[in-house]
Each structure stands twice: as C-alpha cells, then as structure tokens.
Write a new protein. Structure first.
Length: 166
C-alpha cells in the first residue's frame, strides 16, 4: 500500500515537472540578470572558432574546453532522460593575468570567479542558430567597489562575444 502511494506521488511529481519544463519557461524570468545570451545565425563550429579567435585577439588563451553537451547526452541515458537539450554545447574557459590580478588584489576571495567561461551552444533541432552566453558576475553585487572590479570582467567577456558575433 505504501509503495503504491509513493509510486503515485512520484509519478505526479514527474508529470508536474514535465509540464513546468515544457511550458513557456517563465521560471527563467531572471535569466537576463544572470546570463548574457547572444544569438548568432551561423553554425556551431563557425561560432566556436570565432569565439576562440576573439579570446585570442585579447591576448588570452582558451585553457580548457568542456564538452557539456556530450556529457549531458551521455549521462541522460543513465538517468532515464531521453530528451536532448543541445545539438552541440561547449564551455570555453580562459583567464586574464591583468583582470585576475586586479580582482585578486582587490579581494583574494574573488578567485572563485576564475577562470572566466563562455558557453557556445545550439539547441536540439535548431542548429541554424548558435548561442553564446556568459555569467554576468557583477550584476546584483551591492558593494560599489566590488561591482566595479567585476564589471571589468563582464565588459571583457561582452567584448569577446561582440567580436565573435560579427
């Protein structure tokens, strides 16, 4: 009896979650405050190369590329999730000695914001548009001096994305 109750509750929760995820995605209303997203009408590979070039044009080097899309596709099967979210999705990580030093000198505890990351991805079934996104680390920071230090990094990331978008 108890097992049936838990099974029914679990199915109800799964159905409710499914309906919420497939709705108008209103749960992501605060997305513009958290993440900068730019849509580019081009292939994933082309945009990825343009982002890497834009990083390099700032005198920086992409240190690591995380194949997040591949990981989610691979592990989704193990989790019983068959719905694909991305066609392709990577996170490019890099750092800047100049900006990181400024940030660390201001507060050594801001190290948590290193390395910087820019995501490049296409959504499943929509490979004609590639998205480039990064976390806006300065938004919502109340202390003016801290916000100004972090805004320099936001501006750097935005300039990289803007260069890749052209």
């Amino acid at each position: 009896m108890r097992l049936n109750f838990y099974l029914i509750v679990s199915l109800f929760c799964a159905l409710a979650w499914s309906l919420m995820v497939s709705s108008d995605r209103s749960y992501a209303k605060d997305l513009p405050d958290l993440v900068e997203v730019v849509a580019i009408e081009s292939t994933f590979q082309d945009v990825k190369e343009r982002v890497i070039f834009a990083v390099e044009s700032q005198g920086l080097v992409v240190d690591h590329t995380s194949d997040v899309g591949g990981m989610l596709a691979r592990t989704g099967k193990d989790l019983g999730e068959i719905q694909l979210v991305y066609e392709d999705a990577v996170v490019l990580e890099f750092c800047s000695a100049l900006y990181s030093r400024r940030m660390a000198q201001f507060s050594p505890h801001l190290l948590a914001f290193c390395p910087y990351a820019i995501s490049v991805y296409t959504l499943h079934g929509q490979s004609d548009t590639t998205f480039v996104a990064f976390k806006r680390i300065a938004r919502g920071v109340k202390n003016k001096e801290t916000r100004e230090v972090l805004k320099q990094i936001d501006d750097l990331l935005m300039s990289i994305v803007e260069e890749a978008a052209f």
